[in-house]
Design a protein around this ligand. Structure first.
Ligand SMILES: Nc1ncnc2c1ncn2[C@@H]1O[C@H](COP(=O)(O)OP(=O)(O)OP(=O)(O)O)[C@@H](O)[C@H]1O
Ligand SMILES: [Mg+2]
Length: 257
């Protein structure tokens, strides 16, 4: 299998001012290294504050690392060069409302990334939008819908459409299914699995739910205090966790349901 994303010794330190002369230093990520292969899904689990969203922000380019390297398809990603990775790496978030603009129709929102990142003409853009709507299980009619006219499930489909319209190679999802009710969640999981098969995307899937991780992921990485403490096949890690932290986390998540 070919590596798609190679993460090398990624470190992120936040300095936040807590008073006139006081600064608080948080090591959000500490020497994180891993590889995601083409067409594979890596799940990232860990308790609150363990550094999962920081990792997602560094991969998507929203935040620059303090040190370390990101190599994508053999090419080093420059810190802060958002344009370079906008086409190949896209994110989806927990709250579909936050990633959709309430003032624009779905058609306009899907056209935006095409206008900014491609040379497609109006007809080609229209075709791409139609194709993408179909891929996520929405209809041509939804083009003229505003977000408030759609159900939660439709909105999550719309935000997935926005994420895949540039045909990225990697989708990073930060707790994207956490707030969905279980029937909608199952539909979205199946949609993500279908899209992965058809479009050959890789996923980095941040989730606290062992059930979702078991469904979606090939490998799982467990984070604690900014470090990776365990990484392996989902089956192996779930049946025989090496760390007690992992065992306790899995147990408490399963009890939560
Ligand atoms: N912009 C920031 N400035 C200062 N500290 C930050 C910033 N963003 C995150 N942190 C800190 O970095 C650490 C990791 O945070 P992060 O949001 O990555 O964790 P997480 O695993 O996503 O947590 P959660 O499960 O709550 O989403 C935390 O201690 C957090 O307080
Ligand atoms: Mg987070």
């Amino acid at each position: 299998m070919k590596p798609l994303l190679v993460v090398e010794s990624l470190r992120k330190v936040y300095h936040s001012r807590t008073g006139l002369f006081q600064q608080q230093t948080t090591v959000a990520l500490d020497d994180v290294s891993f590889t995601v292969n083409e067409g594979q899904t890596l799940a990232v689990m860990g308790t609150n504050g363990s550094g999962k969203s920081t990792l997602a922000a560094l991969i998507s380019g929203a935040v620059a690392p303090t040190s370390g390297r990101l190599v994508f398809a053999g090419e080093e990603l420059e810190a802060g060069n958002y344009r370079q990775r906008a086409q190949v790496i896209r994110m989806i978030f927990q709250d579909a409302d936050a990633s959709l603009n309430p003032h624009l129709t779905l058609g306009r929102q899907l056209e935006e990334p095409l206008l900014f990142n491609t040379k497609l003409n109006a007809r080609q853009r229209h075709e791409r939008i139609m194709k993408t709507l179909h891929q996520v299980g929405l209809l041509a009619e939804h083009m003229v819908f505003y977000p408030h006219m759609m159900s939660t499930g439709q909105k999550q489909r719309a935000s997935i459409a926005r994420a895949i319209i540039l045909q990225p190679k990697l989708l990073v999802a930060d707790e994207a299914l956490a707030t969905l009710d279980s029937s909608v969640r199952a539909q979205i999981i199946n949609l993500l699995l279908d899209l992965q098969r058809d479009l050959k995307m890789s996923y980095i899937f941040i989730s606290q739910s062992p059930e979702i991780v078991r469904h979606l992921a090939d490998e799982v990485m467990i984070m604690k205090d900014g470090q990776v403490i365990e990484h392996g096949d989902v089956q192996d890690v779930f049946t025989a966790p090496k760390e007690q932290y992992t065992e306790l986390m899995l147990m408490s998540e399963l009890q939560r349901k």
